[in-house]
Write a protein of this length. Structure first.
Length: 153
């Protein structure tokens, strides 16, 4: 999934534009409203996690959010690591539904409630990684999986 076809060219702060850096795109800020180059930044999906896999020519552009300016980089969207029902197979499509759970101290809470996903979003089980690190406090049979957003058609 991280092939040449899935690379996105965007802009990021010059001070942290390094290959291997991962970040979650938080979306546009009020400072972006009048920016002439905002389309280059805002092509990313809000809430998605990305990894910088390449640097472009290094030309620095001014930016109201980044003191040192921004430069063009190549990024790929990373898979979402989450718990899914153990009866799901690789390639299965599902609509993400957040489980109602108040066991905030649970070691698996973040895997059950990935911040990258919104209620109702369609995802595909890309790969089953393995068994859950603990037993589910609510009794669900779950495994750790890589999820990918279903591509828009």
């Amino acid at each position: 999934m991280n092939g040449e076809v899935n690379k996105i060219i965007t802009l990021c702060g010059k001070s942290w534009a390094k290959i291997g850096v991962e970040f979650i795109f938080l979306g546009a800020k009020p400072e972006c409203d009048n920016c002439k180059i905002k389309k280059a930044c805002l092509r990313l999906r809000e809430g998605a996690k990305y990894k910088i896999v390449g640097l472009r020519d290094g030309t620095v552009q001014e930016c109201a959010l980044h003191e040192d300016g921004v430069i063009a980089v190549e990024v790929v969207e990373l898979p979402i690591i989450a718990l899914v029902d153990s009866n799901l197979a690789e390639g299965a499509k599902m609509r993400y539904e957040e489980r109602v759970c108040d066991h905030y101290e649970c070691s698996m809470f973040n895997l059950c409630h990935p911040v990258e996903l919104k209620e109702g979003e369609m995802v595909v089980v890309g790969r089953i990684i393995g068994e859950a690190p603990d037993k589910c406090a609510l009794g669900f049979n779950v495994v750790v999986a890589e999820l990918q957003r279903e591509l828009s058609q």
